[in-house]
Design a protein around this ligand. Structure first.
Ligand SMILES: [Zn+2]
Length: 121
């Protein structure tokens, strides 16, 4: 089983633990329930590659609220706020693949903007 990062809801400790791919919950040493954190680069869910692309692009040293909110809790809601804060928007239904609001095309657009901004290829 892969390693995941968890954060305890009771004591706030962050720890690594082995967990099943679909496990969203863990148990802390204190006995409290723990929430699984986004773990970039390992144990990644195949359907969440858009999250990885944003996590890579997001400026981790930025103090912009929408960046900090996304990095602290990379949920879809915070992803949308991040997109809005960066002047992007999710694809609407009918654009790209039907019913997929966070298509890989969004990730590519974000990555292209990132490369342009950093002046690298
Ligand atoms: Zn704890």
């Amino acid at each position: 089983m892969p390693l995941y990062d968890f954060t305890c809801r009771v004591c706030g400790r962050t720890f690594e633990a082995m967990a099943a791919m679909d496990a969203g919950e863990g148990t802390c040493l204190c006995g409290g329930s723990a929430k699984r954190l986004l773990s970039v680069g390992r144990g990644y869910r195949a359907d969440a590659d858009w999250l990885e692309s944003v996590a890579v692009v997001a400026e981790k040293d930025s103090d912009k609220p929408h960046v900090q909110a996304f990095l602290a809790d990379p949920s879809r809601a915070n992803y949308r706020r991040w997109m809005h804060g960066e002047g992007l928007r999710p694809l609407e239904d009918g654009e790209g693949r039907r019913g997929v609001t966070t298509s890989p095309a969004v990730g590519r657009e974000v990555l292209e903007r990132f490369k342009t901004r950093r002046g690298s290829v």
